[in-house]
Design a protein. Structure first.
Length: 368
């Protein structure tokens, strides 16, 4: 007679519940507060595992040469799961904070020089999203990725850390796939393979900038009628105009001309989707962009909440791994991967001020 599956066998509970022994390998030798510390951090690592799986599923769907309309809801669904996990991760710090500063100090020193800084799944998550190595913040001159590589000794976990970091560096990032998908998005009905596509994109940008100028003029007039320093206000608005043109035309990016044109089209497509989301075939793409922005927002909030939890427990002490502790964590809160999607929101106009849509029929549902 075949064995009947049980809940505990399916979840491997005998193995799972035997993993909280800490350095001693015996949880009976641990303070209850240390057991609490271990379980909370193991739970985070399990959530990171699911986040990575969901992000790769989304990345794999978007990196295809053709992304069908019905694929977008599927991608958005799995990235929403990532967002739900990150929200839960923020709330989970409340559980961590039931550990008092004095209780933590009772076992903190035994952690040195280990640190959450060494979480290779968090580093893997950052790389998979698309964080550039040049933008990664070091602490005390230490590169987090190199640090993990150097301490990955002849232990199973160390070898796993090295292998995972090495492998994810060879993968295409979610950022690159989102850009690839945006690049192919029809702007005013035109795609990159259509004759004259560059002219269509340029015309859309110029028309949009003209509408933006009109909106800024109206706002400036309202402000200067009631506020002093009209000259200073006008200068600030001129700075906004210049920045908007430089962004949409991809000026000053120091990229080769072909890459600059590609970047321009990507930004124009993101702006087009956000602006004309009322068109049926742009509703899901717009939702996808919003889910991606929310994903990064939730990660930023997680980093901020993490820093405040650490500050509450240890103040401004040096981290167990030798980092600047809270100072280092606060700096990582400035990371932004999907910069263009954030920047586009600065340029959005009220619907009544948008340029007219051309070839609107291309964005309607098919009647075939």
């Amino acid at each position: 007679m075949p064995a009947v599956p049980t809940y505990w066998d399916y979840l491997k509970l005998d193995q799972l519940l035997d993993l909280q022994g800490g350095l001693e390998g015996d949880e009976d030798q641990l303070l209850t507060d240390e057991l609490h510390f271990i379980i909370v951090h193991q739970a985070y690592e399990l959530w990171f595992k699911l986040v990575l799986r969901s992000m790769r599923l989304a990345r794999n769907a978007l990196q295809k040469q053709r992304v069908d309309e019905e694929t977008i809801p599927h991608v958005a669904h799995h990235l929403r799961r990532v967002n739900a996990i990150m929200k839960l991760g923020v709330q989970q710090f409340e559980v961590m904070e039931t550990l008092t500063p004095q209780d933590f100090l009772d076992f903190r020193d035994k952690l040195m020089p280990s640190s959450g800084f060494q979480s290779f799944q968090m580093r893997e998550l950052e790389i998979l999203m698309g964080l550039e190595e040049a933008e990664r913040i070091h602490y005390g001159g230490v590169d987090p990725i190199r640090h993990i590589s150097e301490i990955a000794s002849d232990t199973p976990a160390g070898r796993l850390a090295n292998a995972r970091i090495g492998a994810v560096r060879e993968e295409q990032t979610l950022l690159a796939c989102v850009h690839q998908w945006l690049y192919r998005t029809p702007v005013q009905g035109s795609t990159p393979s259509d004759p004259g596509d560059e002219d269509v994109v340029n015309q859309f940008i110029e028309e949009y900038l003209a509408s933006l100028d009109g909106s800024l003029d109206d706002n400036l007039s309202r402000l200067t009628s009631v506020l002093p320093d009209s000259k200073g206000m006008a200068q600030r608005f001129d700075t906004i105009r210049e920045a908007a043109r430089a962004f949409l035309m991809a000026e000053g990016s120091h990229l080769p001309e072909d890459q600059r044109k590609r970047q321009k089209r990507i930004r124009a497509a993101a702006l087009f989707i956000e602006s004309y989301r009322h068109l049926p075939l742009l509703s899901w793409p717009r939702l996808l962009l919003d889910v991606v922005v929310e994903m990064e927002e939730q990660l930023v909030l997680w980093r901020h909440r993490h820093a405040r939890m650490v500050e509450r427990l240890i103040g401004r002490r040096v981290g167990t791994g030798g980092s600047g502790g809270v100072d280092y964590l606060d700096k990582t809160g400035r990371y932004r991967v999907f910069k263009d999607l954030w920047a586009v929101r600065t340029l959005l106009l009220p619907r009544k001020q948008l340029p007219a849509v051309r070839n609107a029929e291309r964005y309607g549902f098919s009647t075939d």
